[in-house]
Design a protein around this ligand. Structure first.
Ligand code: SF4
Length: 300
């Protein structure tokens, strides 16, 4: 169905994809159908044999999460030695010409090393940096335990200020935010551009927004996509339906993931307090960093 619908790529994600014994069988089938593959893995199970198999799939890219340098990374994964194993896996893939991208999540335990980590990944490991997620999500069951890892105001300000200060208005972060959202835009690409299939065959708009009565063993995917009440409702929603956000002066600095909003508040369109906090800090940090950048330029 995905091929017939014109789907371009499939991202395989976990848990950890390489713990599935049939992973390579599934991935090879997807390649046979000419999908571009994005593989999300922690790379700890990538030995020479697995690296050869991954290389033979010719994936579009392999994305690996790095949470910090050795001590921090192992603290976050709670697995001693995981940083070294991840690095080993990355190098095996890189040496076989696989495009590997590192990515991270901004947390209070890694905020002071994330900029150095990005430099390390580029210069010492020779792979590209995919980016940093700022908005930590609750667990899939709604448990809010991971939210204790969110950065405080000062940490977030320092992180953004440093990120924007070097490049000023041409900073990719500024460019990405400096766009006024139109009130008639969809909330996000879930259910429009993207869909997600769980290991149990449940067909959803994304990994965060989960519906019921969407079992692919009993329904065709295209039917669920077109006719499921949840998909139809999601496609009807627009930015203007985020009623509390309509007149917000920080909207252009605000990153909101409707899936995270749903997990935290129970509604797809509610105002997310964490996004408000981050948007206010982002506005302040970007103004100040840009002015400092301009002052430096004018003194030259
Ligand atoms: S979540 Fe907060 S900052 Fe973002 S648009 Fe809504 S009110 Fe504004």
């Amino acid at each position: 169905m995905l091929r017939a619908a014109g789907c371009f790529y499939i991202a395989f994600s976990g848990g950890e994809i390489l713990t599935r014994r049939d992973f390579f069988k599934i991935a090879a089938y997807a390649r046979k159908l000419h999908f571009a593959l994005r593989l999300f893995t922690n790379a700890t199970l990538v030995n020479a044999k697995a690296a050869n198999k991954i290389a033979s799939l010719h994936p579009y890219c392999v994305e690996v999460s790095l949470y910090g340098f050795r001590k921090t990374h192992d603290y976050v994964t709670q697995v001693r030695g995981s940083f070294d194993r991840t690095m080993g896996g990355i190098k095996l893939l890189r040496n076989r010409g696989v495009k590997v991208l590192a990515k991270s999540v901004l947390m209070n335990c890694n905020a002071d090393e994330i900029h150095m980590l990005k430099l390390f990944v580029g210069k010492d490991i020779g792979i590209s940096w995919r980016g940093v997620a700022h908005l930590i999500s609750p667990c899939d069951d709604g448990n809010k335990r991971p939210l204790s890892l969110r950065v405080d105001n000062d940490m977030f300000y320092d992180y953004l200020h440093r990120k924007v200060a070097t490049k000023g208005v041409s900073s990719p972060l500024i460019k990405s935010f400096n766009r006024r959202r139109k009130l008639n835009e969809p909330l996000c690409g879930a259910g429009f551009l993207n869909c997600s299939v769980t290991p149990y065959g449940e067909f959803n708009p994304c990994v965060q927004i989960k519906f019921k009565n969407n079992d692919l063993r009993h329904n065709e995917a295209i039917r669920i996509w077109r006719e499921h009440k949840g998909f139809k409702e999601l496609r009807r929603l627009r930015i203007k339906d985020r009623v509390e956000c309509r007149d917000c002066r920080d909207m252009k600095y605000c990153f909101v993931c409707p899936g995270i909003v749903l997990l935290e508040t129970g509604s797809l369109t509610a105002r997310l307090q964490e996004s408000c906090r981050q948007a206010g800090i982002f506005r302040k940090a970007s103004y100040e960093a840009i002015h400092e950048h301009q002052d430096r330029d004018s003194r030259r």
